[in-house]
Write a protein that binds this ligand. Structure first.
Ligand SMILES: [Zn+2]
Length: 142
């Protein structure tokens, strides 16, 4: 796989517009000891570019689980739909938090497909969210 050429200046800009959190699971930079990654919304393997409009911040788990996927099946309907695009779609229109804040629930076909494809509710994520909630830094207020 080709390594992206993203300048530190562009990385800083992406981090700022991404509000220092993963565009998919909303994990905040302050909640991890690992630098959030700049991911390609459309993977380079699927023709995506290194241009700013194709980049967003992602945690390592979401980026790995997403891999080269651009579409996934909505588990409710079986329909193949595009994955959530954190740059052009609003998270709150496609997802919401469970009452205890540990699970992400898909509201739309896109949301449901993304939850499943990116394993947004994997056991490690749910355990970490419970701790972040106790620390008062989760779920995000906005
Ligand atoms: Zn994430």
């Amino acid at each position: 796989m080709r390594r992206p050429h993203i300048s530190s200046k562009l990385r800083a800009k992406i981090a700022e517009v991404s509000r220092y959190r993963c565009g998919y699971c909303l994990m905040q930079q302050i909640a991890t000891n690992w630098l959030l990654e700049v991911e390609h919304i459309i993977p380079t393997a699927a023709g995506g570019t290194d241009d700013e409009e194709n980049l967003w911040l992602s945690c390592m788990a979401c980026n790995r689980y997403k891999g080269t996927q651009v579409k996934a099946r909505d588990p409710s309907t079986g329909r193949l739909v595009r994955l959530f695009n954190p740059r052009y779609q609003k998270w709150i229109r496609h997802f919401y938090w469970s009452c205890d804040g540990t699970e992400i629930i898909g509201l739309t076909a896109c949301g449901r497909a993304t939850v499943k494809a990116l394993k947004l509710n994997n056991e490690f994520a749910k355990q970490a969210r419970a701790i972040w909630r106790e620390a008062g830094i989760h779920p995000p207020k906005d």
